[in-house]
Design a protein around this ligand. Structure first.
Ligand code: NAD
Length: 348
């Protein structure tokens, strides 16, 4: 049988290996590393190929492809969003991704991205909070205590020094799970019975719920001056979390406006509703938070460049480790034009 050449073998990071890698690096260290990779790519924003993600909607959810390239590498993520899945014992969001070499077009990494998405979404939230949250913000309300919630909390601890989190979910079992998981991780946890109780004394309000509807997780009168809102859950047409009045009072920051206008909280607003692109804030071209009374709002939907950064990080981090296996997924005959001959020679 023909042996695949080394250049045709594709490193594959399974769910199991991703978990081993996280424990090897340390989760907070990994969140900081990912935030650095994401921030570095936001600084190179202009050179990336950018397109709103390609979404295939159904009544129950969405399946999306998220491609981008910096001219040297090309990456994409496959991701779904199915809020009804948890009631069937399945994840709302699952994902895998691929990084390829632009010069040859050969893939150089295939990896699980369900866990990596939770890490990169949290790292992005905290990286953004570093620019927008009030100075010395140390308490966060975490509304929606599902799969993303512990990652969101730990990233804020690792990157901006969050000390306390106030949890609320409409399902008390989700809150109990989140509180249990955060035990002993160096963050003070308060379980709350209402969203109003959760936001008491919090300078950062994170909404991370899953429901395919125009929901009102935060009403206008719940949001006081000076807070930073990290709005994660509204990321699909017809799926939002914030009352429109909050958007009118906030300075809204986004990843990529053509995608956010379709999927984010601002889908509720006119097409010319003013937004600030985060990459410009990070490069110092636009202002982030300008005063203590301002409400800043990160209308997060998740953009392909964040996944590209995460893929780059995993490619670099697994070098010289055993946290991957090689996959024989590219047919690569010795004579490149003799694909048929290679098939014939494999005849049993
Ligand atoms: P999940 O299903 O595991 O958790 C969602 C939680 O929200 C559940 O515990 C549910 O009980 C709770 N919830 C639903 N409606 C609520 C309400 N009205 N009040 C309080 N709690 C409520 O989902 P997840 O994986 O944690 O994802 C959460 C959301 O974040 C999803 O909508 C997902 O699409 C989105 N998401 C966004 C990004 C991004 O980059 N912006 C990335 C990943 C996930």
């Amino acid at each position: 049988m023909t042996q695949p050449s080394d250049k045709a073998l594709v490193p594959f990071v399974s769910v199991d290996n991703m978990m081993r890698l996280i424990h090897h690096v340390g989760i907070e260290e990994m969140l900081r590393d990912l935030a650095d990779y994401i921030e570095a790519d936001f600084k190179r924003w202009e050179l990336f190929d950018k397109t709103p993600r390609v979404a295939s909607h159904s009544d129950v959810g969405v399946i999306e492809l998220m491609p981008t390239s910096d001219g040297e590498a090309y990456g994409f993520k496959y991701v779904n969003g199915h809020p009804k899945n948890t009631s069937e014992g399945l994840q709302t969001v699952t994902a895998f991704g691929l990084l390829a070499d632009v010069y040859t077009g050969y893939p150089v990494l295939l990896t699980e991205m369900t866990i990596l998405t939770a890490l990169r979404t949290a790292a992005t939230s905290a990286m953004v909070a570093k620019y927008l949250a009030p100075k010395d913000a140390d308490t966060m309300a975490m509304i929606g205590n599902g799969a993303q919630s512990e990652f969101q909390t730990l990233a804020m601890k690792a990157i901006i020094g969050l000390k306390a989190v106030r949890l609320y979910d409409k399902d008390p079992a989700a809150t109990a799970k989140c509180a249990r998981n955060l035990e002993g991780l160096g963050i003070s946890v308060t379980v709350c019975k209402t969203p109003e109780e959760a936001i008491e004394g919090a300078q950062i309000l994170t909404t991370c719920t899953a429901d395919k509807q125009y929901a009102t997780i935060l009403t206008d009168n719940m949001v006081g001056a000076g807070v930073h809102i990290n709005a994660i859950g509204g990321d699909c047409p017809g799926k939002t979390e914030l009352a429109k009045g909050i958007l009118d009072r906030s300075t809204v920051f986004v990843e990529y406006p053509p995608q956010t206008r379709i999927e984010g909280e601002i889908q509720q607003m006119a097409e010319d509703f003013p937004v600030t692109e985060l990459w410009e804030v990070i490069l110092g071209r636009k202002k982030g938070r300008t005063d203590a009374q301002q409400i800043t709002l990160f209308d997060s939907v998740g953009f392909a460049i964040e996944d590209f950064s995460a893929l780059r990080y995993i490619r670099d981090r697994i070098k010289d480790t055993d946290y991957f296996i090689d996959l024989d997924m590219l047919a690569d005959p010795d004579d490149p034009r003799d694909l048929f001959g290679m098939v014939q020679r494999a005849k049993p």
